[in-house]
Design a binder for this molecule. Structure first.
Ligand SMILES: Nc1nc2c(c(=O)[nH]1)N[C@H]1C(S)=C(S)[C@@H](COP(=O)(O)O)O[C@H]1N2
Ligand SMILES: [Mo]
Length: 207
């Protein structure tokens, strides 16, 4: 008589419950985007590539809706830049400044990363517009509550010409979930340095 099969380490019900929880989490995270059933299961895997796709073709953390950002807020948006003087820029005015494009990754501490082609205005150019050489900057989002709504960057990060206030990705406007109207893209930092829905830049270490 053959040996009895090894006792399963996880019950069928346990597996189904786990998949159910994963699908539910995805529905919450994914909002209205459509995801085929196989991609739904992919969220169960821990790393990178297998996260579900998002708008602009790559994953989101966190959605505009989750952070309380609406299309109306984005539409009435203008950028504030504080330095020696104060500047207010509409999105059109921002787009009229010299645009730079760099392929740069977002590396999230939650265990995924993605590399995209970002276009926008270097932070050092914005510092210069308010009369300052590269200096540290305090960056605030439209986001009012929850984590990652603001970040402080070093003068070294501002001096790096690849540090962008990005307005486009892969040649198209940022999706609201990816930080429209404008977001930070900073090389060599954790994902949380890439503040979305940027409202105000304060150069010179104040605030
Ligand atoms: N305002 C704001 N910016 C944010 C976040 C956030 O929750 N709020 N999440 C950060 C994190 S943890 C990461 S990894 C990146 C992810 O950018 P993405 O959602 O465009 O992929 O945005 C960062 N910027
Ligand atoms: Mo992140």
């Amino acid at each position: 008589m053959p040996d009895a099969p090894a006792k399963p380490t996880i019950s069928r019900r346990g597996v189904l419950g786990f998949i159910g929880a994963g699908t539910l989490a995805l529905l919450v995270v994914g909002g209205t985007q459509t995801v085929d059933p196989l991609r739904r299961l992919a969220v169960l895997a821990p790393y990178g590539e297998v996260y579900p796709p998002g708008p602009n073709g790559f994953q989101v953390n966190k959605t505009a809706r989750f952070r309380g950002i609406t299309a109306a807020m984005a539409d009435s948006w203008s950028l504030l830049v504080h330095g020696r003087n104060v500047l207010r820029l509409s999105r059109e005015e921002l787009l009229a400044l010299p645009q730079h494009t760099h392929e740069l990754p977002i590396a999230c501490v939650e265990g995924w990363s993605t590399s995209q082609r970002w276009t926008g205005v270097p932070l050092r150019d914005l510092a210069q517009k308010v009369g300052l050489d590269p200096t540290e900057v305090f960056v605030e989002s439209l986001q009012k509550t929850g984590s990652f709504g603001a970040v402080r960057l070093s003068s070294g990060q501002v001096a790096d010409e690849r540090s962008l206030l990005a307005v486009k990705v892969n040649g198209t406007d940022l999706a609201l979930d990816h930080g429209f109207p404008a977001r930070l893209i900073i090389p060599n930092g954790p994902g949380v340095h890439n503040t979305k829905w940027v409202r105000r830049l304060t150069f010179g270490g104040r605030s």
